[in-house]
Design a protein around this ligand. Structure first.
Ligand code: AMP
Ligand code: MG
Length: 487
């Protein structure tokens, strides 16, 4: 091979070095026949990696962890977590590895991480593998979230391994190369706290402050400030999910980041008709992680983070609890403020409009939407037409026109700005039926539908001719959507 195209990547190995208690050095499994399915070239460039060299055979081996750059130490990270409310003291990366950290174009550290790279000592009963479909799902959904302005981990590449993965059927295997501002989770702090080693907990909190909230190092109570920052970041994140109709599906505490990025796209999906009780995950029988429960669950998870951090807040436990309660209490305020501001924008209403005026308009609309079972993405996008004097398309979605017309009149009297609406209400999102279609084809070896879908969702707000089917709701026969956790 031409030496000029050999990829170079410098991985800092910071977490591996500083948190040996929570980082198990481990190797990715060899794979029979690596083949690149998709590479995120702009992201590679942002990370200082040369996209062309990543496509060489050495580059592919870097992307799946079978070639370790000199000096790097891939590790499986240890973490704990509440899964569906039940505590597991030792989860950790069962099929994932942190390769190390790179410095991006803005000078920030970013984790480079693998999913589906083989069993680790945290694998429990799992096979350590991942299938092409779910890894491409994470790729397309995370990239869509990113362009929609929703903080998220990113996807650098999906590489088919040439190895079969046994699920309900036998599926082609793949490795996802994921990039995150860090993989620190609520569960990481639960794990550190459970060791009883307060120095480890403190070092982990200092590390989180350094990486994500550096100005807080100067705060009077840096650890309370860290907790408050996570509360604020998660309130804003979950409000963004709710505004776009994103259902994460598995909001366990190990799947909630300290950075405020969305992480671990498993049984996630975008809501079609507006229905607060929406659940997609086949294993979520009680609806714990339904659309409407997401803010409540986020708050519950943050309470678990507070419990873990408590020893750092104050020596006096009662005072420590009082500080935690005070910060956690701000979640609802931050969440409501983010939701209301987002709803104002979706409806094109002036930023300064009083909430006493906006709230009833929003509440009434959501009640109407719930009654009519129309696709909510299509509804919000077509509503801007009404603000431009063309109410026909949006009215066409309703059967009970009397109720909707009354609402339209009230809303229109508030002088909605259609351009503001078109900047926040997407035309293209990864609609469930399109995602399924793309993943099914990819599993059978045809990547074209996936590439077309990825292309459509990359420019969510700009309507393009020829992409009509990507803007259309699911066909009637698509039925009730179900997603699966065993990815
Ligand atoms: P998740 O629900 O994907 O966030 O995963 C929860 C836990 O299960 C984590 O500790 C994962 O590493 C582990 N896990 C999930 N799938 C597998 C698998 N196929 N093999 C080994 N571990 C897995
Ligand atoms: Mg997880």
């Amino acid at each position: 091979m031409n030496a000029a195209v050999q990829p170079t990547v410098v991985l800092a190995g910071l977490f591996a070095r500083e948190f040996a208690e929570m980082a198990l050095p481990w190797q990715a499994e060899e794979v029979p026949n690596p083949r690149l399915l998709v590479l995120n070239e702009p992201l590679a460039t942002e990370l200082g990696l040369d996209p062309a060299s990543l496509q060489s055979s050495e580059g592919l081996r870097l992307l799946i962890g079978t070639l370790v750059p000199s000096g790097a130490t891939p590790v499986a990270q240890a973490y704990a977590g509440h899964q569906f409310g039940g505590y597991s003291p030792r989860l950790g990366d069962g099929r994932a590895l942190l390769l190390g950290e790179v410095t991006d174009a803005d000078g920030h550290l970013r984790d480079v991480h693998l999913k589906g790279s083989g069993r680790t000592p945290f694998a429990r009963g799992g096979d350590g593998l991942a299938a092409v479909g779910p890894m491409l799902r994470e790729y397309v959904v995370s990239e869509a979230m990113h362009v929609l302005g929703i903080p998220t981990t990113r996807s650098l590449a999906v590489t088919a391994t040439g190895r079969s993965v046994r699920r309900e059927t036998v599926l082609p295997g793949a490795v996802l190369t994921r990039v995150a501002s860090s993989h620190l989770r609520v569960g990481s702090f639960q794990y550190a706290a459970a060791t009883g080693d307060i120095n480890l907990l403190r070092r982990l909190a200092d590390h989180a402050i350094n990486r994500h909230y550096p100005s807080l190092a100067e705060a009077e109570r840096p650890y309370v400030a860290l907790f408050q920052a996570v509360v604020t970041a998660q309130a804003s994140l979950v409000a963004k999910w709710m505004l776009i109709g994103f259902v994460h599906g598995v909001m366990n505490t190990d799947n909630m980041t300290i950075s405020g990025e969305t992480i671990d796209y498993g049984p996630c999906a975008f809501m079609e008709a507006f229905d607060p009780a929406t659940v997609y995950s086949s294993i979520d029988e009680g609806g714990r992680y339904s659309y409407r429960n997401q803010p409540v669950v986020a708050e519950w998870n943050l309470a678990r983070l507070a419990e873990a951090l408590l020893p750092l807040f104050q020596d006096d436990q009662e005072q420590a609890i009082a500080l935690a309660v005070e910060s956690l209490g701000s979640f609802r305020h931050h969440y409501s403020a983010a939701w209301s501001a987002g709803m104002k924008a979706k409806l094109g209403l002036p930023v300064g409009l009083a909430s006493e005026v906006v709230s009833p308009v929003v509440d009434e609309l959501l009640t109407l939407l719930q009654e009519i079972h129309v696709d909510s993405t299509s509804f919000f996008r077509s509503l801007s037409g009404a603000a431009r004097g063309n109410a026909g398309p949006v009215r066409g979605l309703f059967l009970d026109l009397a109720a909707f017309d009354a609402w339209l009149k009230r809303w229109d009297a508030l002088h909605p700005d259609a351009d503001v609406m078109d900047r926040v209400n997407p035309v293209y999102i990864p609609r469930n039926h399109l995602v399924e279609e793309a993943l099914t084809a990819a599993t059978e070896g045809d990547l074209d539908p996936f590439k077309r879908l990825l292309d459509a969702v990359r420019t969510p707000y700009e309507e393009r001719p020829g992409l009509e089917r990507y803007a259309a709701p699911a066909p009637e026969n698509f039925g009730a959507y179900r997603t699966f956790c065993g990815t």
